[in-house]
Design a binder for this molecule. Structure first.
Ligand SMILES: *Cc1c(COP(=O)(O)O)cnc(C)c1O
Length: 251
C-alpha cells in the first residue's frame, strides 16, 4: 500500500482530512449497524443537544507503525470502556465496547496510507466521539446520538517532542469534587480553553491543575496525568476522583 505524500517528520498536532471515517446513529433505543463514509461533514438540527447543552464526549488514542511494518493501536478496549463510562455520566447511550474497537480497526485500515512510517516521530491520531443529535430545548438529554471515529496524522503534542516543557500552577480549577473531571466530557475542555490560552500568553506550555476543594494537591494537566519519579526511583501518581483515569498511567 502506498503512503500519502506527507512530510511526516514535520507534522504538527493538527487536523488533516483523511479518506474514511466511521459513523453510527442511535435512534428509538438502538444503534444502527454503522458504516464507513467519505463525508467529513456532520449535518444536525439547530437545536441538537450537543449545540445547546454540550452533550458530547470523546476519546483519543494513536495507531503506530511497528519496525517490521505492522500497524498497531494501544489498548483501544480501555478507551471503549472509558467512553462507555463517560456516556453514562452524561446520560448518553453507551456505544457497545466491542463495536467501538471494531470501528477503530475499520477506520485505521481504511486510512492505512495515512499511518506515519516507523521512526518518523508521527502517529495516526484516532478520535472517537459522540453527541446528542436530536433537538432539545428544555434542559434534558437527547434521545438520539451520533457516534463517529475519524483519524488524522499528527506530530508530537508539544512542539519539540520529548523536550522539557514549562508548566504553570493554574489559577483556575479544572474539576470540582463530585463533578465531571473523571470523564472525557467536551465541557471539561471548553472551560479549560481560557486557562490554557492565559498560560500560553504568559509563556507557559501547559497548566498544572490543583484539587479544587483545597488547592493544596497536584491533580493533572489539561490533557495528561502527572507521573512523578522520586529520588529513590519510585513512580508516584496523584490519586483523586477528579482526575481523568489515564490509560497511559495505568499502563
Ligand atoms: C485524555 C486525557 C488524559 C490522558 O489519557 P490517556 O488515556 O493516557 O490518553 C489525561 N487527562 C486528561 C484531562 C485527558 O483528557
Amino acid at each position: 500500500m502506498d503512503k500519502k505524500n506527507i512530510d511526516w517528520s514535520n507534522l504538527g498536532f493538527g487536523y488533516i482530512c483523511t479518506d474514511k471515517r466511521y459513523v453510527a446513529n442511535y435512534k428509538d433505543g438502538a444503534w444502527d449497524e454503522g458504516m464507513l463514509t467519505s463525508d467529513a461533514n456532520v449535518v444536525i438540527n439547530e437545536s441538537a443537544g450537543v449545540l445547546q447543552y454540550a452533550q458530547t464526549c470523546f476519546e483519543g488514542m494513536k495507531a503506530y507503525t511497528t519496525e517490521d511494518g505492522h500497524i498497531v493501536t494501544f489498548r483501544p478496549d480501555l478507551n471503549a470502556r472509558r467512553m462507555a463510562d463517560t456516556a453514562k455520566r452524561l446520560e448518553m447511550a453507551p456505544f457497545p465496547e466491542e463495536r467501538f474497537v471494531e470501528a477503530v480497526k475499520q477506520v485505521v485500515a481504511a486510512n492505512a496510507a495515512y499511518v506515519p512510517p516507523y521512526g518518523s516521530g508521527a502517529t495516526l491520531y484516532i478520535r472517537p466521539y459522540m453527541f446528542g443529535s436530536n433537538p432539545v430545548i428544555a434542559v434534558k438529554p437527547a434521545d438520539e446520538f451520533q457516534f463517529r471515529v475519524f483519524a488524522t496524522p499528527v506530530g508530537p503534542y508539544f512542539k519539540g517532542g520529548a523536550k522539557p516543557i514549562t508548566i504553570k500552577v493554574c489559577d483556575y480549577d479544572r474539576a470540582a469534587p463530585r463533578g465531571t473531571g473523571h470523564v472525557k466530557a467536551g465541557l471539561n475542555y471548553a472551560m479549560s480553553l481560557h486557562a490554557i490560552m492565559t498560560a500560553h500568553r504568559e509563556g507557559y506550555d501547559e497548566n498544572m491543575y490543583l484539587d479544587a476543594a483545597t488547592r493544596t494537591k497536584v491533580e493533572e494537566t489539561g490533557g495528561a496525568n502527572f507521573l512523578f519519579v522520586t529520588k529513590d526511583h519510585k513512580v508516584v501518581t496523584p490519586k483523586s476522583d477528579t482526575i481523568l483515569p489515564s490509560i497511559t498511567r495505568r499502563s
